[in-house]
Write a protein that binds this ligand. Sequence first.
Ligand SMILES: [Ca+2]
Ligand SMILES: [Ca+2]
Ligand SMILES: [Ca+2]
Ligand SMILES: [Ca+2]
Length: 328
Amino acid sequence: MRFALSKRIMRWFFIGLMGFLLILVSHFPVDAVKIAFQSNRDFADDALIYNIYVMDTTGKNLVRLTQGAASDLNPTWSPDGTKIAFASSRKGNLGIYVMNANGSNPINLTQNPNGRDWSPDWSPDGSRIVFSSKRDRNEEIYVMNANGANLINLTQHLKSDRSPSWSPDGTRIVFSSDRDGDYEIYVMNPDGTNPIQLTEDPWASDEGPAWSPDGTQIAFSSDRDGDYEIYVMNPDGTNPIQLTHNLWEIDFAPAWSPSGTKITFSSFNHILNADVYVMNADGSDLINLTENKSADDFVSSWHPTPLAVSTEEKLGTLWGRIKQNNIK
Ligand SMILES: [Ca+2]
Ligand SMILES: [Ca+2]
Ligand SMILES: [Ca+2]
Ligand SMILES: [Ca+2]
């Protein structure tokens, strides 16, 4: 009797909880997914002056976030979607900046007059930013707090180390380096220890790694078949799969959608016009998102919040956020 009663109470408790969550969900703001990228569309096509723009996932509703004749490069959304880290030459040499997601309040984090800092990526908890820098004459990967404090050189290697991407569980950083003579993909711990080489193909450049949101794959670009294509592989370097087959086009800078079902990448075509493309994570359904022949549009980053359309998906998003906040 007592058992049956407590089961009934539990059932009503769950119905009540689900109702409460549904009411919460209907009032819960869910951001549409946006994609940030860099473009020189406000300047002459051959000008190396870029601003940062956002568009929706169909390439529409373009908004320019930065302005001015300095170059703003490598936009990367913070894990909570409120900020964008980027590299900018607005103080002469490239430095790492953070601005609000609407482009307001840009702050120079690196304050570095020597060499260039570029290619930022966030730790999954948003507390740190990893980036490439040429400040000590060869490219190294540095990490700092998200406010610019506590800068540490992670690689300390005489060859070029670049393009860091943090694993979604926070335990590894993947990057590319030419330390064996040509560019390969490596992983290391977030303190720089235990670097492990993942790819091994002499004469080909493996570059621009990006960890998938579920942690199970690393996308990268490689010219191992003669020209640059987008590949994915397991995080231990096994099972590389070629996703693009765009002969004579330089396909590079892959970036995952928050759900991991799509990948954007950038491509220079045969007349060296760059556009941002999107495809399914298996390489199917390729679409040119920027379709802009008169300017170079490249290096994309997805807003991290998944687009929720149905109530079930909204509930899933909400539940994910509740879990995330509990972990914090
Ligand atoms: Ca180095
Ligand atoms: Ca190689
Ligand atoms: Ca290609
Ligand atoms: Ca273009």
